[in-house]
Each structure stands twice: as C-alpha cells, then as structure tokens.
Ligand binder design. Structure first.
Ligand SMILES: NC(=O)c1ccc[n+]([C@@H]2O[C@H](COP(=O)([O-])OP(=O)(O)OC[C@H]3O[C@@H](n4cnc5c(N)ncnc54)[C@H](OP(=O)(O)O)[C@@H]3O)[C@@H](O)[C@H]2O)c1
Length: 234
C-alpha cells in the first residue's frame, strides 16, 4: 500500500463482486475508507469480510431510488463526506430482438441507466470538493453485438451522461470519468444466463474487434507516434 487514497471516502455500487469488489479491495489497499451498496445483508457481510480493513456496507438496490439516497446519507454520517463515487452496478441480461419483452427491457434500463444516473445525483449533496466520480460503461458503448442491444444502448447512454455531468459538477470541482472495460472474467454473463459457449463466443468476438480496431488506430497514428518518439528521445 502506498496510501494514495489515505482517509479518502469511497462509495461503490456493485461492490459485492467482480470489478466493483476488486476495486473496493484496491481502494482499501491505498488507504481509503470504503462503503459499498449490496443487494442483501448476506452479500453485504460476505463482501465486507473479503474487503476487510473497516469497509462498511449498506443494503439497497440502484433501481430503488430511496435506497441509493439512504446509502450516501449513511456513508456521510458513518465515515464522512465522499471523495470517490464509483457508480459501477450493472447487469448484462440478453435481449434477443424477437424474444425480449418490456419487463426485460425496463429491468436493464432501470439498473444500468437510471441506476447510474441516480447513483450520481444522490451523491451530490455529500461530495467533498474535488471529488472523483467514476461511471462504469463498457466497450460496447461504441460497438454493437447481437443479443446485447439494450445493454449496449444503456452503456452508450452512461458514457453520454458523463459528458453532461462534467459541466454540471464543475462547481464542486469534481472530475468525471468513464470506465469502458472490454471482457473481464466476472460472474456478470453467468448471472445473465449466458452459457459457457455464449461467453466464449462473446469474448472471441470482442478480441477480433479489438485486434481490428487496434491495428487501424496503429496504422493511422503510426507517423504521429514516430514523431512523438523522436521528440521524447531528443
Ligand atoms: N465483466 C465484463 O466483461 C464487463 C465489461 C464491460 C463492462 N462491465 C460493467 O462492469 C460493471 C461491473 O460488472 P462485473 O463484470 O463486475 O459483474 P458482476 O460481478 O456481476 O458485478 C456487478 C455488480 O453490480 C451489482 N448489481 C447488479 N444489479 C444491481 C442492482 N439492481 N442494485 C445494486 N447492485 C446491483 C451486483 O450485485 P450482486 O452481487 O447482488 O449481483 C454486483 O455487485 C457493470 O456495470 C458491467 O456492465 C463488465
């Protein structure tokens, strides 16, 4: 631990597993005081035990707005005003166009988009000046994928939210960043009912896209990179 976040207060949604849980542990290693929002007391207890070092948890759901509000109020009253908001909770349920219904559509939007929006809105009264707000989007915020149209659309919307939050939260000197991960081995696809085969196909698809994107960017920027390298070595 090098204490870069010593005594900073971090509030994380989706901190019970995957990327959020790993981040919570990393924040604690850097000296932060961490609070997570968990969907049940059982999940809260398990995650807090794993994160260690005085992490605390509140039970709630990002699609239940009063519970988000109560989360930040509880965090501020228990461990102090907030320096880092990590609006990370998300689901990746599949939406096959011919099969999806309104309930399934609303569930994804409610967690991924509405949940992310209100996870920032309700934090505002409790932010310290200079706070960092991080939203988890996805590499699918600018790509398409069969069976994930609604998920991808919510992630594009999350990325868009950050563009408007930046000027809106300027008066708090807050920094807004969006994390757009590629495939990460977590339980998200399995929770969404992806089979092992679907998951492997999905990862393979993304690998192909990345390779194409990367080689295109590389050739486009090759001459710029060469110039930069020569500047930095001169
Ligand atoms: N894994 C990837 O390949 C990938 C790629 C790009 C983006 N992402 C994004 O990264 C974020 C984290 O996902 P992950 O891969 O770490 O998956 P994960 O392990 O399933 O973690 C998702 C977290 O969100 C929580 N959550 C889900 N619905 C919630 C709700 N209604 N209210 C409160 N919390 C809720 C989950 O709680 P439970 O423990 O109760 O389920 C869990 O803590 C998501 O926004 C996801 O879209 C993931």
């Amino acid at each position: 631990m090098n204490g870069r976040l010593k005594n900073r207060v971090a509030a994380i949604t989706g901190g019970t597993s995957g990327i959020g849980l790993a981040s919570a542990k990393a924040f604690v290693r850097q000296g932060a005081k961490v609070a997570i929002l968990a969907r049940s007391q059982e999940k809260a207890n398990k995650a807090v035990a794993e994160i260690g070092d005085g992490a605390i948890a509140f039970v709630g759901d990002v699609s239940d707005l009063p519970s988000i509000e109560a989360f930040y109020k509880g965090v501020a009253e228990t461990i102090g005003k907030i320096d880092v908001v990590f609006a990370n909770a998300g689901i990746a349920d599949r939406t096959i166009l011919e099969e999806v219904d309104e309930v399934a559509f609303d569930k994804i939007v409610s967690v991924n988009l509405k949940g992310a929006f209100f996870s920032v809105k309700y934090a505002v009264p409790y932010l310290n000046k200079g706070a960092s707000v991080i939203l988890t989007s996805s590499c699918l915020d600018e790509m398409g994928m069969a069976g994930l149209s609604v998920y991808a659309a919510t992630k594009a919307a999350v990325r868009s939210l950050a563009r408007s939050f930046t000027p809106e939260l300027g008066r708090y000197d807050a920094r807004i960043n969006v994390l757009s991960p590629g495939p990460v081995a977590t339980d998200i696809e399995r929770k969404a009912g992806f089979s092992e085969r679907d998951y492997d196909a999905y990862s393979e698809y993304l690998r192909t896209i990345y390779t194409k994107l990367f080689s295109r960017l590389l050739s486009k920027n090759f001459s710029i990179m060469m110039s930069m390298m020569s500047y930095s070595t001169n």
